[in-house]
Design a protein around this ligand. Structure first.
Ligand SMILES: [Zn+2]
Length: 236
């Protein structure tokens, strides 16, 4: 009987290295057999989880059709035509593209963001048609705020990917600055909609704390790097 010198796990006779931490096993009393029978399967199935996820997402997508058809039928029986049930259609479209589509297909992030933006745009258009509000509401508020938010979400998801090489603190700092600027942009758009463009006021209450926090994160990152550098040079 051998035990791993590194992590202490009990080892089978057939193991040339620890299955848990990968440390080589060197026990002169128990040399590994020529053709050992390993107690583990020859290969591991990685596919199951992905397939399951896709299956469940497709199933939920089909279930979404039930409330859609029910509301449409109810709408036709009551109003003799389709009116408010279009909102259910728009809402389900957004839910599908945002939550279920990424589980069903693999696409570049930018394509997901574009599809989400279109789905939200369709929902806003349906709301505009049904409420018969003016076009300015959609063109000056709804669509620009949607576009900015989707752009930011795409940007955040790109930054949060494991491939991103930017240090974590800098990423957070950048994200905070982006949130602050988005709020200023929203105030500007509201001003445009109300024909009352002025210097930003309430959005500054969000922007300033965001910028202060962002710059302190940058400083912290610098400090962390300096500390790491000193640690490396002086070997402690
Ligand atoms: Zn081990």
């Amino acid at each position: 009987m051998s035990y791993c010198v590194n992590c202490g796990v009990e080892l089978q006779k057939s193991e040339p290295r620890c299955p848990l931490c990968g440390t080589d096993v060197l026990n002169p009393n128990e040399m590994p057999e020529e053709k050992p029978i390993r107690p583990y399967p020859a290969h591991v199935e990685h596919l199951d989880k992905k397939v399951d996820q896709r299956y469940i997402a497709s199933f939920i997508s089909l279930l979404l059709l039930i409330p859609l058809f029910t509301t449409m039928l109810a709408n036709i029986f009551v109003s003799k035509q389709l009116t408010w049930s279009y909102l259910v259609l728009g809402g389900e479209l957004v839910a599908f593209t945002v939550f279920l589509l990424p589980m069903i297909t693999r696409m570049p992030r930018v394509l997901y963001a574009a599809i989400d933006a279109v789905a939200i745009g369709v929902l806003l258009l349906l709301i505009r048609i049904l409420t018969q509000s003016n076009w300015n509401w959609l063109l000056l508020l709804g669509l620009p705020i949607t576009a900015l938010s989707v752009l930011m979400c795409w940007f955040f998801s790109t930054m949060s990917s494991p491939k991103c090489r930017i240090p974590v603190l800098i990423r957070f700092s950048f994200a905070l600055a982006c949130v602050g600027l988005l709020v200023v942009a929203i105030e500007f758009l509201i001003g445009l909609y109300l024909n009352a463009i002025a210097w930003p006021t309430w959005s500054l209450y969000v922007l300033f704390p965001c910028l202060v926090l962002a710059s302190s994160l940058l400083l912290l990152n610098r400090r962390a790097r300096v500390k790491e550098e000193i640690r490396k040079r002086f070997y402690f």
